[in-house]
Ligand binder design. Structure first.
Ligand SMILES: Nc1nc(=O)c2c([nH]1)NC[C@@H]1CN(c3ccc(C(=O)N[C@@H](CCC(=O)O)C(=O)O)cc3)CN21
Ligand SMILES: CC(C)C(=O)C(=O)O
Ligand SMILES: [Mg+2]
Length: 336
């Protein structure tokens, strides 16, 4: 339990590590090795993703759902995302850090996109940004993406299901299931890549048939990271809470997509531990002596008791004497 030394010294010095850069990512892709990406939203989740050796850490706007309890990703603000970015940047040293541009923070024009993206990098400490608006081969989209790259911002595209479009799509539904929609997804990805916007960058492919993901991956010269998109992508991403099984809460259960594999049941571990704490406090077994580390100075207990008695606080004095003289077991202390 808590006598075990911690694996991670929170806030403590960290050994120098080499960041997994976009160049390294591109090299891994060229070697044909699969790329791993997991979301994180705060300091501890970022430390976990880092320690597990995951290549890329996405601070996703899924935070709106899995951290803030909203039904969609739309309500989260740039200020809220910046707080998540900063916390993750403090915790993850090696992974490449990608920040989602939140809904409403970049769509108006390229200037707004640059303003938001540069804040995400300067104030949030991210290495790159991702946005669903960068999907689509329309001239406006390509302009926005190119403007970002010109401003020195690495951008990650997001095609297939783009949850920020839920209002238009009508739900979190798989995309590209008809042949023309499927071809459209490949076209959009290609248009942006060929505009030169994604040299060294890459795409998220979300909720599309495996064949559409395979076609897109084969058509592009940059990596694709799939989520609910089958096994033919250059890499895979899952949401931290889904992967870890935080999801037995009714809210989480309702928004956990069926493509998510649970690698642990952390939610059960957490509720089990919290219930054990509650039980031990209620039955008085916590805190035991082992977890009551602070003591009066040698000989001061008697003086303390005497001082209390002098002030007419006899019961308080007895409490001191019982504890200091007697068994000192945590259990007996909760008398009144
Ligand atoms: N916890 C969590 N995991 C995610 O992967 C995730 C989020 N949240 N929030 C942002 C988006 C939203 N995502 C989702 C959410 C639900 C489905 C889902 O259940 N789709 C159903 C269809 C539902 C419908 O038709 O309305 C499916 O069968 O695929 C898919 C992707 C993926 N992202
Ligand atoms: C699901 C991933 C790709 C995402 O965009 C998010 O977590 O917000
Ligand atoms: Mg997102």
């Amino acid at each position: 339990m808590s006598s075990k030394p911690r694996d991670v010294v929170y806030g403590g010095p960290k050994p120098p590590v080499e960041r997994f850069t976009l160049r390294k990512l591109a090299a891994k892709y060229r070697r044909g090795e699969r790329i791993t990406m997991v979301t994180a939203y705060d300091y501890p989740s970022a430390v976990h993703v880092d320690l597990a050796g995951v290549d890329v850490c996405l601070v996703g706007d899924s935070a709106a759902m899995v951290v803030h309890g909203h039904d969609t990703t739309l309500p989260i603000t740039l200020e809220e995302m910046l707080s998540h970015f900063r916390a993750v940047a403090r915790g993850a040293s090696r992974p490449l850090l990608i920040g989602d541009l939140p809904f409403g923070s970049y769509e108006r024009d390229p200037a707004q996109a640059i303003e938001t993206a540069t804040r995400i990098m300067k104030e949030g400490g991210m290495d790159a940004v991702k946005a669903r608006s960068l999907e689509g081969g329309s001239p406006a989209r390509v302009r926005a993406a190119r403007a970002l790259v010109d401003a020195g911002v690495a951008v990650m595209g997001h095609v297939g299901l783009t949850p920020q479009s839920i209002s238009v799509l009508g739900g979190f539904r798989p995309q590209g299931r008809s042949h023309d929609e499927a071809a459209d997804i490949v076209e959009r990805a290609l248009a942006l890549q060929d505009a030169g916007c994604f040299s060294g960058a890459f795409f998220v492919l979300e909720c599309v048939p495996a064949a559409v993901a395979a076609a897109t991956t084969a058509a592009l010269r940059v990596p694709t990271i799939g989520i609910g998109a089958g096994g033919a992508c250059s890499g895979q991403v899952l949401v931290y809470h889904d992967l870890l099984g935080f999801t037995q809460h009714p809210h989480h259960a309702a928004v956990t997509p069926k493509f998510c594999k649970r690698y642990a049941n952390v939610g059960e571990v957490i509720t089990g531990a919290l219930a054990a704490f509650r039980e031990e406090v209620e039955n008085g077994s916590f805190p035991s002596v082992a977890f009551s580390p602070y003591e009066l100075r040698e000989g001061d207990a008697a003086r303390f008791a005497a001082a209390l008695r002098e002030r007419g606080l006899g019961e308080a004095a007895t409490a001191v004497e019982e504890l200091e003289g007697g068994e000192k077991s945590g259990g007996g202390a909760a008398s009144s």
